[in-house]
Design a protein around this ligand. Structure first.
Ligand SMILES: Cc1cc2nc3c(=O)[nH]c(=O)nc-3n(C[C@H](O)[C@H](O)[C@H](O)COP(=O)(O)OP(=O)(O)OC[C@H]3O[C@@H](n4cnc5c(N)ncnc54)[C@H](O)[C@@H]3O)c2cc1C
Length: 325
């Protein structure tokens, strides 16, 4: 299904995916409305660390063949997409497995070098998630996108894109195969303000002038946004091992809920529900993937070739898992 040029599209969800999709569609000349009941940035996208990290995500959280090429392709779309500032200090591994990580970096064939901290790759970048949300809002408004503070109920006329993160239950059958993954992240009052992201096992530290970010927990199957002191203590302890002295700093804990699919890749493409496209399940890499997802959705809307990864992201790959009894 495609729509004629100028036909209206409703994007449900104003996270990283929804905002990038809306912008891409508006730039292609579509009339776009974004609806979301939540305040700006009150979602997983708003609390995220903003790492655009094809190398360390492939290395520390592998999700299948050819992942590095796919994630690199997504990262490379960012500079031209929203002109948001991007840190390119790279990322360095600090931990007990440094020799194994060096061997993995060699096997992946990525650019890396040794430093006093451990192996560093300049290939992983980072953006400021909060500032980029604001930037995307402004760009959308300039492109003529309308914003409505309401939940999508499935009654909107025309085409709807569901970019509802871990929400949206009942709006399409495929959403039933998403798993929520709660994540805590700490905004420290201090810590390093600039430099490469430090990656450890089960922990990372992003230097930031507004206070370094220490992330993040992965609590699979948990779908609430309450701060859990036990998870915060565990994260602090891992942070202290990664960067001694952090444990003593004051910190604000934020919580977001990611959405994951059974194979760790997002669902991007047509739903079984007529007139509905899906852009959900970006798990740990929603910021990294957002422009690529936006481009893929815009191609579907226009009836163009959705690109080399469309089949791997097609929601129909889970048809048996999303069938309702
Ligand atoms: C602690 C933490 C750290 C992270 N760090 C990184 C990182 O460094 N790099 C990276 O790439 N990714 C990171 N992620 C993952 C990333 O944040 C997510 O993959 C991404 O935010 C998903 O974006 P989204 O737009 O799909 O969902 P969300 O940001 O969750 O947005 C979904 C929106 O849909 C709205 N919604 C729900 N139901 C409806 C409805 N019925 N109608 C309308 N709107 C609805 C919600 O209110 C919400 O605003 C992190 C996540 C967490 C939790």
């Amino acid at each position: 299904m495609t729509t004629g040029n100028g036909a209206g599209v409703t994007v449900a969800g104003a996270g990283a995916l929804g905002l990038c999709i809306a912008l891409q569609l508006a730039r292609a000349g579509r009339r776009v409305t974004v609806c979301d009941p939540a305040p700006v940035g009150d979602n997983a996208s708003g609390v995220a660390a903003g790492m655009l990290a094809p190398v360390f995500e492939t290395l520390l959280d592998p999700q299948g063949d050819d992942e590095l090429t796919f994630l690199r392709m997504a990262r490379d779309l960012w500079p031209a997409f929203a002109a948001t500032p991007i840190d390119r200090f790279g990322a360095v591994y600090r931990g007990e497995r440094a020799d194994a990580v060096r061997a993995q970096l060699d096997a992946l064939g990525v650019d890396w070098r040794d430093t006093a901290d451990g192996p560093l790759t300049p290939e992983d970048w980072r953006l400021d998630a909060g500032a980029t949300m604001t930037r995307l809002y402004v760009l959308n408004e300039q492109a003529g996108v309308r914003f409505e503070t309401r939940a999508a109920t499935g009654d909107d006329a025309g085409l709807t894109v569901l970019a509802t993160g871990a929400g949206g239950a009942g709006l399409a059958p495929e959403l039933a195969c998403l798993t929520p993954i709660k994540g805590h992240i700490l905004r420290l009052a201090g810590g390093p303000s600039e430099g490469p992201v430090l990656r450890g096992d089960g922990v990372y530290l992003c230097p930031d002038p507004a206070g370094a970010l220490l992330g993040a927990t992965m609590e699979t199957g948990v779908d609430d946004r309450r701060v859990d002191p036990g998870q915060v203590d565990g994260l602090r302890a891992r942070g202290e091992r990664l960067y001694p002295g952090l444990g003593a700093l004051r910190a604000r804990a934020d919580v977001g809920v990611r959405a994951g699919t059974p194979d760790g890749l997002p669902m991007v493409g047509w739903s079984a529900r007529p007139g509905t496209l899906l852009a959900v399940g970006a798990r740990r890499n929603g910021w990294l993937l957002a422009p690529l997802v936006a481009r893929t959705i815009a191609a579907y809307v226009a009836g163009d070739d959705p690109g080399p990864y469309a089949a791997r992201l097609d929601p129909r790959r889970f048809d048996n898992e999303s069938e309702t009894p």
